[in-house]
Write a protein that binds this ligand. Structure first.
Ligand SMILES: [Zn+2]
Length: 246
């Protein structure tokens, strides 16, 4: 547990750590992933960022860091402005640069989500994250090189137009953001396109994936990924359908 206890960190295998915002409800907070490289570390998603991450998490102040957001929603990109190097997809560049409560779907927030005030005067009914203009746009096939490991950008529109995953072929590991997690998939937001999500999930189904680190909830295997995708394609796990899982 970090000093302020706002963030908690858990180390997993393969130089990957999961950082969570302790006081944001478990069904809302995103997974903030830290991937250790030889020359540079990668942060995948940044949470709501209601307090300083680097001040809290020692590993973030020891090494150079690149931050990439899988998409611009408030629970993933709120902390992006805290990083100097900010990567994301061009389809959401305008949202990162000029976020509003509606474009980052912060209007879904209610007071039950934030279980402890991050600072005096915080108001979940008015909050929006600070602008975080991308310093580099990344798209399908682009490579993020950490020195001794390479992650490739996979564009997976559907949940949002600029949703991306980061795929490390050498280890069979993928970071999927909100394109895929073990729960009911959000395909009903203002810029969601369910048909695109189906196409994106079908792409994932045929990658040789061993481990999925998703945007929410626990990590899981490639076999579990196939089950979740089949569920969705069969009309389950959709916010637009009556059958909900997770
Ligand atoms: Zn999202």
């Amino acid at each position: 547990m970090s000093k302020s206890q706002w963030y908690e960190i858990k180390s997993l295998d393969g130089g990957v750590s999961r950082i969570l915002e302790t006081h944001i409800s478990a069904d809302w907070r995103c997974n903030i992933w830290h991937v250790q490289g030889r020359d540079v570390d990668l942060i995948i998603d940044t949470g709501m960022g209601l307090r300083s991450i680097a001040a809290d998490i020692a590993i973030l102040s020891e090494r150079p860091v690149i931050a990439v957001c899988t998409h611009s929603h408030h629970d993933h990109a709120g902390g992006l402005c805290q990083f100097e190097k900010r990567l994301g997809h061009p389809a959401e560049a305008e949202i990162f640069a000029n976020p509003t409560r509606s474009t980052v779907v912060a209007e879904l927030l209610d007071t039950s989500v934030i279980q402890k005030l991050p600072y005096e005067g915080f108001d979940a009914g008015r909050w929006c994250y600070d602008p975080a203009p991308l310093t580099k746009q990344v798209d399908e096939g682009d490579v993020i090189d950490l020195g001794d490991r390479i992650l490739r950008v996979v564009h997976l529109p559907g949940h949002s137009p600029g949703s991306v995953a980061l795929w490390e072929e050498a280890t069979g590991t993928i970071f999927t953001g909100d394109a895929l997690y073990d729960g009911t998939l959000y395909d009903h937001l203002y810029h969601s396109v369910p048909e695109q999500l189906c196409d994106s999930l079908l792409r994932l189904k045929y990658l040789p994936i061993k481990t999925v680190h998703a945007g929410h909830f626990k990590s899981f295997s490639g076999n579990r990924l196939k089950t979740i995708i089949d569920d969705y394609l069969n009309g389950q796990r959709s916010m637009l359908c009556p059958i909900k899982i997770g």
